[in-house]
Design a protein around this ligand. Sequence first.
Ligand SMILES: [Zn+2]
Ligand SMILES: [Zn+2]
Length: 303
Amino acid sequence: MAREQDILKRPAPKRPPRLTSRRIGIHTSSAGGVQNAAERAYRLGCNTFQIFSSSPRQWAPYELGEPHCAEMNRLRASYDLKPLVIHTNYLVNLASSNELFLQKSMQAFRGEVERALSLCAEYLVLHPGSFRGSDREQGLLRTAAAIAASTEGLDLDRGGLTILIENTAGAEFSLGGSFEQVAEVLERLRGVVPVAACIDTCHTHVAGYDIVSEEGLYATLQHLDATIGLNHVKVWHCNDAKAARGSKLDRHQHIGKGTIGKETFRILLNDLRLAHAAFIAETPIDLPGDDRRNIDALKKLVG
Ligand SMILES: [Zn+2]
Ligand SMILES: [Zn+2]
């Protein structure tokens, strides 16, 4: 990854960035404190954004004090940045058949929910996990049960927080490679804790769904509506793919530069049935400015 000059070290933009009728953003660095992510997202021209509230591949959470949260809320209000999406740490596996690891994951996930609540985030995205050592059905059951158990006593409704189950590339033991699997977890948690879905375009494509041909994309949307329900998809992760359809290889690519292509994103961004959702890129930064270029590429496709 190329070293990029931090946008916060450059002078602030003179004019507010051009926005569209859709909520469009990108996964943003929290370096220097979570509140800095809001300022970065605004300067990149976003009106929504996603962050980690812990190091993505370590157990230690970020230091999150009262002043950080207050500043985050102040910046979000003044820049109209919403929703705030938090992505759960990648180590968390709520489907683990190893009791010790499951306990550790549940403890970490509870911390994720507590931090999301204290940051007033609207959404917390979670991968449904890996069923290695067990079977898929048991895995889905365990994930749903672990979400319920680890959020016990926390008032997500009052905090306005919804947990989003993300579909995955479906490699080997990973859960969530089909819309049905995501729908099953949602079904089991309905009435227990606020849940909905996050659909990742790269994962959908490499899991085998056709979202490239126009006909295929509409059929896939219809299938998504019949299983999860389009109104339950609160966040779209907008990532082009490096790998082929059906390859199960999760490698994100710049918008319009991969095996999906920009027309898919044009259709998704302009479909009125999806207008309630936030569209968030998790694209690579290979060259300085790639984050802004990907946001601009998405914004250009609206309308
Ligand atoms: Zn994603
Ligand atoms: Zn991915």
